[in-house]
Design a protein around this ligand. Structure first.
Ligand code: SAH
Ligand code: SF4
Ligand code: F3S
Length: 443
């Protein structure tokens, strides 16, 4: 009997890494590894990393440090790093961390089985961070990883060409490529056949899907085709760049009944001067016009956003514009971040004169405003009967199930496991900060 080998994998960052990790799991299973929940019992430990902010990057070093004593106990342990920090740091990671065996970049996930074998057989230290050309990337687009979830991500594009001045993604993910629509639709059909009921089409900027590929359909047309696939009941997509949100795409929120009434539309700042300096490609007025149009086409829509606080040059007046934009839009949720200078980016060269105290104070004001706005929006669900797509057993335990409303809000409620995968009516009886508690309305 051959000994089964075990791997431990931890994933940080955005949906791109989640999809890459699904692929890593499938590739490692293909070479005889089984996933385990604790690094102590593994033969191979991997981190799939994010470097969007300095804090995220530092977290990687913290987590890697945990593997050092485990490796001291078990010298055969293979330690690897993938994802955006691996792409950014490459050889420097191997130089800094003597217990590290392999580093694979964002275009090199497919090489992992060979790298692992090389370490197993030769105790070699391996590095693969080469960017691949467009055709190779299109050929290597993520395989369909099997799974049991009701809701799955489907990659429609990789990379980013926008070069927002603060952002490291174009440097660690490479140029934008769109996957052929025929393949995207095949994958959605396959997933529907596997019992998937909701797909989220993902990319750093899905709105520009297909624009750079000759003869490709637009993202709005792609949504129309996904809508026609039997078995799929709900469609979401992320992320949307406001500068590329076409009228055709806005109209989808009125025309496609499977498209959920939620849009994540990161604004980053409410000040034209800061938006310009961020290289975002839209003005406050243009953004607000889009929001108005969305609400006209779909009055029930709820919006969420990302906002950066303390970008270099942000004055009190600029910040006040961000707060006033938030009041005007009334976001259901905002993910707010303190600006973090990233290597290679254009903004890293800008003078950052704001004191940490002022940034922190603005951050606090923004969060306070958002919390009151979120609370009033979610409170409107109290007592309503909402359609919930049941995804699985709730983390709350007690035999509860959880699912999501069209607005992507988690609802916990009691019901039979047979309901997983169905859309059921649930009356909302309690509204908490991050989820709802409800009663199933069928017996
Ligand atoms: N492609 C997506 C988001 C990618 S990163 C988009 O364009 O919206 C997710 C969020 O991280 C960004 O929307 C931004 O708000 C934040 N972010 C990115 N770089 C940052 C930095 N250097 N400092 C602080 N926040 C940052
Ligand atoms: Fe970063 Fe801008 Fe690209 Fe989003 S659109 S990934 S914020 S460069
Ligand atoms: Fe992070 Fe890389 Fe995504 S930097 S946000 S994991 S593209």
């Amino acid at each position: 009997m051959t000994m089964e080998k075990r791997f431990y994998l931890e994933t940080f960052g955005c949906q791109m890494n989640v999809v890459d990790s699904e692929r890593i799991v499938a590739l490692l299973e293909g070479i005889g590894y089984r996933q385990v929940e604790a690094p102590e019992s593994a033969d191979l430990v991997l981190l799939n990393t994010c470097s969007i902010r300095d804090k995220a990057e530092r977290k990687v070093y913290g987590h890697l440090g945990r593997f050092k004593p485990i490796k001291a106990e078990n010298p055969g342990l293979i330690v690897g790093v993938g994802g955006c920090v691996a792409q950014q740091e490459g050889q420097r990671l191997l130089d800094k961390l003597p217990y590290l065996d392999l580093v694979f970049g964002t275009h090199n996930v497919h090489k992992l089985p060979d790298m692992v074998r090389d370490v197993e057989e030769n105790r070699a230290r391996c590095l693969e961070t080469e960017f691949l050309d467009r055709d190779t990337r299109l050929r290597l687009f993520p395989d369909r990883a099997p799974g049991e979830s009701v809701s799955r991500f489907v990659t429609v594009m990789q990379g980013c060409d926008n070069f927002c001045s603060y952002c490291i993604v174009p440097y660690v993910r490479g140029r934008e490529v769109s996957r052929p629509s025929a393949e995207v639709l095949d994958e959605v059909r396959y997933l529907a056949g596997q019992g998937v009921r909701e797909v989220t089409l993902i990319g750093q900027n899905v709105n520009s899907y297909g624009r750079k590929e000759e003869g490709e359909i637009s993202f709005a047309q792609l949504l129309h085709r996904v809508q026609a696939i039997e078995g799929i009941e709900r469609i979401r997509f992320t992320t949307s760049h406001p500068k590329d949100l076409s009228d055709e795409l806005i109209d989808c929120f009125g025309a496609l009944d499977k498209l959920c009434w939620h849009l994540h539309l990161p604004v980053q700042s409410g000040s034209d001067h800061i938006l310009h300096s961020m290289n975002r490609g839209y003005t406050r007025a243009q953004y607000l016009r889009i929001v108005r149009r969305l609400k006209e086409v779909c009055p029930e829509i709820r919006l969420t956003s990302d906002i950066i606080v303390g970008f270099p040059g942000e004055s009190e007046a600029d910040f006040a514009e961000t707060l006033s934009l938030m009041e005007e839009v009334r976001y259901a949720d905002v993910f707010s971040f303190l600006y973090s200078s990233r290597p290679e980016t254009a903004a890293a060269k800008l003078k950052d004169e704001l004191s940490p105290e002022i940034k922190q104070q603005r951050f606090g004001r923004l969060i306070a405003l958002q919390e009151s706005s979120s609370a009033s929006i979610w409170a409107a669900d109290q007592g309503q009967v909402l359609e919930v797509l049941v995804e699985g057993e709730s983390r709350q335990g007690g035999g509860q199930l959880f699912g999501r409303t069209t607005w992507n809000r988690i609802v916990n409620f009691h019901g039979s496991r047979d309901l997983i995968g169905q859309i059921v009516p649930v009356r909302i009886k309690r509204v908490y900060k991050n989820s709802h508690l409800g009663d199933l309305q069928i017996s």
